[in-house]
Design a protein around this ligand. Structure first.
Ligand SMILES: NC(=O)C1=CN([C@@H]2O[C@H](COP(=O)(O)OP(=O)(O)OC[C@H]3O[C@@H](n4cnc5c(N)ncnc54)[C@H](OP(=O)(O)O)[C@@H]3O)[C@@H](O)[C@H]2O)[C@@H](O)CC1
Ligand SMILES: Nc1ncnc2c1ncn2[C@@H]1O[C@H](COP(=O)(O)OP(=O)(O)O)[C@@H](O)[C@H]1O
Ligand SMILES: [K+]
Length: 510
């Protein structure tokens, strides 16, 4: 699913108004009445106090429509106008008059802290103060109002985006943003919902189709693409009856040091489970028996005792995954450098191999085109330097990717796959995956896909999705805490099957 910027959303709005020959007021009515329908469906007329806080722009206009429909259906509604500006939008004004015509109680104007209403824990709030039009810091009393609403800790539904969130930078005051239980957003999800600094402002996101112009939505490239099952199914390549293990390549996983051989076990198994035809683990001598015992399907080549000092392969690998438990000893960096100069196979670079490159950036010059690099936030910082906020991080990561022509998998709750100006946001996975070794599994999985001939961007998107999906399957059975990296490996097969499970089958099971 595409993600648009605020200005693209506005354009979609305008195009729809022209192509459908409807007014902006009708579009507002259509959008907001869908939110009302959702509420009505869930509340079924329940008489809990509902506080609707409306700004003075179109987001406020949406709130006024919701208020009017709630009043018309007999709900217990109080409407407030948060008067942060005299510059009221025209559709706000029309809906303001419409509400006044039918409501017994006129909307209450909030102009300062003295006007704040009491909101109780058992009430409900509709947050329609700011939408995607926020473009400058809030005046202090509006920030206070947002804090006042948050303090009530009652169920809060934000319209389009939690008020106080920009769609292009982090908030000025981390507490000056509505904490929503659910955000009902129009047509397409917004980027802020998936970034670590801003994703936490809403527990749930519901995207509603308000019928914006299909052609425009289809033809306009978004600023990012959200990756769910629908997006990855077309990436999957099925197997031919007469394929053989040579068809799926012979990959090599390189890494490990004394006390960190487990990372290589996980990565090697993961590569095989993803479908690599053959896998070799290249480890220091101390890892030999461990690997032969735990992954009998793999071949093992060893180097000196406890750390890698040389990387000499006696075959041409189809793909390379390097870095798990590798260490950053000078000798290892040297071996890595020599290897990079020789190697032509597609690569995944993780963990200590990233740290080696951060220590010696010249290594980056030797990467094959579209090498996949999989940093967690600390490793990313070593590569691209510090960032102001998540948006700045994305810009810097894009610059880095363009400079070195590499694919970055920026790992996190929603891992970002970045290639030059393309951004893919993975939407599978869960907090149970914040556990030792889950990154090693990802490296093995991506290497397994490269080995089978998937191109690097497809491999990164599909592999990251399947990694999260395998984690989700475990969490459904065992919860978050008991999830360990080895379980992710064991659920790779199920994650593949899940790609093709029909919704009915899913429902029957649950
Ligand atoms: N296709 C769609 O997406 C549809 C969208 N719709 C709805 O429209 C919403 C966007 O509406 P919007 O453009 O009127 O902006 P909104 O967020 O209401 O802000 C109001 C105005 O406040 C101002 N302002 C900004 N920052 C400020 C500050 N700190 N302190 C004071 N003032 C500040 C700024 O105006 P300015 O003063 O800069 O001229 C801004 O324009 C969208 O989220 C969705 O709910 C639906 O109705 C239909 C379909
Ligand atoms: N809260 C989370 N939600 C979803 N996925 C997560 C979460 N935390 C971590 N992960 C995933 O787990 C993996 C952790 O990788 P990494 O930090 O390299 O672990 P390790 O070094 O222990 O192998 C990444 O793929 C990341 O996206
Ligand atoms: K809002």
């Amino acid at each position: 699913m595409k993600i648009f910027s605020a200005s693209q959303m506005r354009m979609a709005d305008e195009v729809t108004i022209k192509s459908e020959k409807i007014s902006s007021l009708e579009l507002m009515e259509r959008a907001a009445s869908q939110i009302f329908n959702l509420l009505h469906h869930r509340l079924q007329g329940a008489q809990i106090p509902i506080h609707v806080f409306c700004g003075i722009g179109n987001n406020g206009g949406d709130g006024l429509v919701i208020s009017r429909l709630l009043v018309e259906h007999g709900y217990n509604v109080k409407t407030y106008i948060v008067n942060f500006s005299e510059n009221r939008s025209k559709d706000f004004l029309v809906n303001y008059d419409r509400l006044k015509e039918i409501a017994k109680e006129w909307p209450f104007q909030i102009k300062s802290e003295e006007d704040f209403p009491t909101v109780q824990y058992q009430d409900m709030v509709i947050d329609s103060i700011f939408g995607i039009g926020l473009n400058r810091p809030l005046v202090p009393w509006v920030t206070q109002l947002i804090k006042h609403i948050n303090n009530a800790r009652c169920f809060t539904l934000s319209v389009d985006i939690p008020s106080g969130l920009y769609d292009y930078k982090k908030p000025d005051d981390a507490e000056g943003v509505i904490f929503a239980d659910v955000t009902v957003t129009f047509q397409l999800p917004k980027l802020v919902f998936f970034l670590p600094q801003t994703g936490g402002y809403t527990k749930e996101v519901e995207v509603i189709d308000i019928g914006l112009d299909r052609n425009f939505l289809h033809q306009t490239p978004g600023i990012a693409e959200l990756i769910n099952k629908n997006e990855v199914v077309p990436l999957y390549r099925s197997r031919h009856k007469y394929s053989h293990k040579g068809t799926f390549g012979h990959c090599v996983l390189i890494g490990g040091s004394y006390g960190k051989i487990g990372s290589m076990v996980l990565a090697t198994k993961a590569a095989l489970k993803m479908g690599a035809g053959l896998a070799t683990a290249y480890v220091p001598e101390c890892g030999y028996e461990v690997l032969q015992t735990t992954v009998p399907e793999a071949m093992v080549i060893t180097d000196s005792d406890d750390e890698l000092e040389e990387i000499n392969l006696d075959f041409e690998p189809s793909a390379v995954g390097i870095g798990m438990g590798l260490g950053t000893d000078e000798k290892t960096i040297k071996a890595f450098e020599e290897f990079l100069k020789e190697n032509k196979a597609p690569m995944v670079i993780d963990a200590d191999a990233i740290n080696c490159m951060a220590k010696k950036p010249e290594l980056l010059e030797h990467l094959p085109l579209q090498t996949i690099i999989t940093p967690h936030p600390k490793e990313l910082e070593r590569l691209i330097g510090k960032w102001e906020d998540d948006f700045d991080k994305i810009r810097k990561a894009q610059e880095f990717s363009a400079k070195y022509r590499c694919v970055l998998v920026v790992k996190g709750a929603n891992s970002l796959i970045i290639y030059e100006d393309q951004i893919y946001i993975n939407n599978s996975g869960n907090p149970g995956m914040a556990t030792a070794g889950s990154g090693d599994v990802l490296t093995g999985m991506l290497t397994g896909l490269l080995s089978q001939g998937y191109d690097p961007i497809r491999a990164a998107v599909l592999g990251t999705y399947l990694h999260g999906s395998a984690g989700d399957l475990i969490a459904q059975k065992n919860g978050f805490e008991a999830l360990i990296a080895g379980d992710i490996v064991n659920n790779i097969g199920q994650a593949y099957l899940e790609l093709f499970r029909q919704p009915q089958q899913q429902e029957q099971k649950s």
